[in-house]
Design a protein around this ligand. Structure first.
Ligand SMILES: Nc1ncnc2c1ncn2[C@@H]1O[C@H](COP(=O)(O)OP(=O)(O)OP(=O)(O)O)[C@@H](O)[C@H]1O
Ligand SMILES: [Mg+2]
Length: 386
């Protein structure tokens, strides 16, 4: 077999329906201090569910159908992307991507934006665009906007999901299936496994030959941003003969998730976490340790399905994770919770301390830093439950 299914594989559940995962409003009164909300009487009729009780199974044949933007990005658009007025590269990214979408639409999309009207629609363009930037600058928002602005058939998935698809279908079948697409969007392109990089590069080469247009994103590490160096150089070097097909676009700017927002709340007490879980319909409640143990027993491709119908995640006793495999599983879970916009209410240590300094300096630091940025944003969202 050409490609074994890797341990870190992601599968989105079958129901990427908007709204289905939105957190319902609760009638719980606001509280200014984290623990103040513990005093609020419980109003939910049923006990919270436990993620550790769930072992979903996701059939492989659904993989292609599920290659759509995750719920968080199910209705984003170029119009809902608000460029930072101090960052010209954000305006430029929107302009180029609208132009790219226009070329896939036969020129119709670009004409809708007044400031772009004077440029002629592009009939032919690069086979691919590559978006590069720091955490939370809106790469996925723009990638999903391109996907939404493009007629089908089209597919959207992370790099890991794409390798998962090839593993499940086999290389030839994956080429055949995806060759019928107009556009393939690949989020979070990874270069840390040479085998997968070659595999996906080869796949993309075949797809480009068959006329499929591509758009990919990946993160640049904060310290590299400080040096003015972006991941584009690595990407273009590693994707073999494909670099000529990609137009790299870098997006400068701050992490939008934290732009002008307050710090994440300090961890809550166990009692508060339990109270929030009890009164929030659809909330899960787990001990962090038990959940980490459970993650080892469930394939990471099923973590998304594990969160089906969950509206909020409550965790007792968050602590620093001391081994790499556990930490990487937690990253996948964090991504799935982020996709679903699930607020996290937690006791224990704050999420910016959940990965050790050593991990944050190691080979997977990109993943860990991204997970911290996302977990902190989700824990800030816990205030919505109060
Ligand atoms: N300029 C913007 N205007 C409006 N919303 C934005 C903007 N930039 C980011 N967002 C929103 O902020 C959140 C983070 O953006 P997004 O996930 O697209 O960033 P990213 O660069 O892909 O981050 P990551 O490094 O985590 O992959 C999303 O909910 C997105 O919709
Ligand atoms: Mg992203």
């Amino acid at each position: 077999m050409l490609v074994p299914v890797r341990p870190l594989l992601l599968v989105r559940p079958l129901f990427p329906v908007l709204g289905a995962r939105r957190v319902p409003s609760t009638n719980v009164p606001a509280a200014s201090h984290p623990d103040a909300i513990a005093a609020t009487p419980s109003t939910a009729p049923s006990a919270p569910l436990a993620l550790t009780d769930r072992r979903p199974v996701v059939p492989a044949e659904r993989l292609v159908a599920e290659m759509v933007p995750p719920p968080r990005f199910s209705d984003v658009s170029f119009g809902s992307y608000l460029p930072d007025t101090t960052q010209p590269s954000q305006y430029e990214a929107v302009r180029v991507l609208e132009e790219f979408a226009a070329s896939l639409n036969g020129g119709s999309t670009a004409a809708k934006r007044g400031w772009f009207r004077r440029s002629a629609p592009v009939a032919t363009g690069p086979a691919g665009v590559y978006l590069d930037g720091g955490y939370g600058v809106g790469k996925t928002h723009l990638l999903a906007s391109l996907w939404h602005a493009t007629p089908g058939p089209k597919a959207f998935g992370t790099f890991v999901e794409l390798t998962n698809l090839v593993g499940a279908l086999g290389f030839q079948q994956a080429v055949q299936t995806l060759s019928g697409h107009k556009l393939l969007c690949i989020d979070e392109f990874e270069l840390d496994d040479p085998g997968d990089t070659v595999l996906v590069s080869t796949l993309l080469g075949r797809l480009v030959d068959n006329g499929v247009k591509l758009c990919a994103t990946s993160n640049t590490l904060p310290e590299k941003l400080g040096e003015g160096r972006f991941a584009a150089a690595d990407f273009l070097r590693e994707i073999q003969g494909l670099s000529a097909h990609f137009r790299p676009l870098r997006i400068d700017g701050q992490d939008y998730r934290h732009r002008g927002l307050p710090e994440a709340p300090a961890p809550y007490s166990d009692e508060t976490v339990e109270a929030v879980a009890a009164r929030t319909p659809g909330a899960s409640l787990d001990d962090f340790d038990a959940l980490l143990g459970h993650l080892a027993a469930v394939h990471p491709s099923r973590y998304g399905a594990m969160l089906d119908d969950v509206t909020a995640v409550c965790l007792r006793g968050v602590h620093q994770v001391d081994d790499q495999s556990t930490a990487l599983r937690l990253v996948v879970l964090a991504d799935r919770m982020y996709d679903r916009e699930l607020p996290i209410t937690a006791s224990g240590v704050p999420f910016d301390q959940v990965f050790s300094e050593e991990m944050l300096r190691g080979g997977y630091r990109k993943k860990y830093l991204r997970a911290v940025s996302r977990l902190v944003a989700l824990s800030r969202d816990s205030a919505k439950l109060s």
